[in-house]
Design a protein around this ligand. Structure first.
Ligand SMILES: C[S@@+](CC[C@H](N)C(=O)[O-])C[C@H]1O[C@@H](n2cnc3c(N)ncnc32)[C@H](O)[C@@H]1O
Length: 282
């Protein structure tokens, strides 16, 4: 807007970063409450993207501040460890598991889980992938990925998965029907309880990787309580390679040396009421 006293083109107007009236949350605070993401991170991200709040709906802004970096079998070492646990762990060695990938972004993590379960003879398992982003869930549901020259969805394949995934640039992987019949996706905000009707019962295995690092402490606690209440006692929670959690009584590390796999204790989780209007439903 040429000639305007407010710089519309220079990123977020100050009035939206700071509260306009005392006691009124700023845009950044509102986005943080809705997503769990720390205000400092939101400010930096929206500024970098030069977003204009008056030209974007809150749902558009949320989409733009999310980091949807992912790949098949991301952190390959974790998947090799998980494969061993699917054979030996008292809970995960069952022939059919209920599995939830809580921040699955464009779906690679959920499809990797379905592939691994199928190849371990657990094809009657059910995998649900969820994310706050409707556009990411649309891509996940499509289930079609192209191998790129650098980085991209297939950059981190463990040895056991290589033969089944594209190795040449430009090659496409379309989720096969045996994996599609095991896998479903839905839009879900991890700050809200997961409906047991979506999961079909308490989850045996939950992935929550590379999301909590962006959250405020309150949001981490809220998300972990929701996840814990969706899990069976003894079930396994997998965090990202650089993530850990404070002792909250809800989980204990499977091995003290590794802070990646956490076992659900029997302690009841206290979950908060759903965040009204927090999640943009499609
Ligand atoms: C970096 S990606 C992680 C993807 C995958 N778990 C992995 O490790 O490769 C983080 C994901 O968290 C999602 N996310 C952020 N806040 C969320 C929330 N409150 N509820 C559900 N998903 C959320 C983002 O949309 C994004 O897809």
């Amino acid at each position: 807007m040429p000639g305007s006293p407010i710089s519309w083109h220079s990123s977020l107007p100050l009035t939206e970063v700071a509260p306009t009236r005392p006691g009124t949350p700023s845009l950044i605070e509102r986005l943080s409450r809705q997503t769990g993401i720390a205000p400092s991170y939101i400010g930096a991200r929206l500024g970098t993207h030069q977003l204009f709040p008056f030209q974007n709906t809150p749902a558009d802004l949320i989409e733009r501040l999310l980091v949807q970096e992912t790949s098949f079998f991301r952190h390959a070492g974790q998947w090799t460890m998980l494969r061993n646990m699917l054979r030996e762990d008292p809970v995960l060695s069952a022939s059919a598991l209920r599995v939830w990938s809580t921040a699955c972004a464009t779906g690679e993590e959920a499809w990797s889980l379905a592939f691994l379960l199928q190849s371990e003879g657990k094809g009657r398992s059910r995998v649900i992938g969820s994310d706050i982003s409707p556009s990411a869930i649309a891509a996940a549901t499509l289930g079609r990925y192209t191998r790129l020259e650098a980085m991209g969805s297939f950059r981190d394949l463990p040895e056991f998965a290589r033969p089944a995934f594209p190795l040449a640039s430009g090659e496409v992987w379309d989720a096969p029907s045996n994996l599609r019949s095991m896998t479903r996706f839905c839009v879900h905000n991890v700050l809200d309880p997961m409906l047991s009707s979506e999961l079909g019962g308490p989850a045996d295995l939950v992935f929550c990787r590379n999301m909590l690092i962006y959250f405020t402490e309150d949001a981490v606690n809220r998300a972990l309580a929701n996840i814990a209440s969706a899990m069976r006692t003894g079930g396994i929670l997998v965090l990202g390679a650089s993530e850990t959690m404070r002792d909250n009584g809800l989980f204990e590390p499977v091995e003290t040396a590794s802070a990646i796999f956490w076992r659900r204790t029997g302690r009841p989780a206290v979950t908060a009421t759903p965040m009204a209007g927090a999640m943009p439903r499609p």
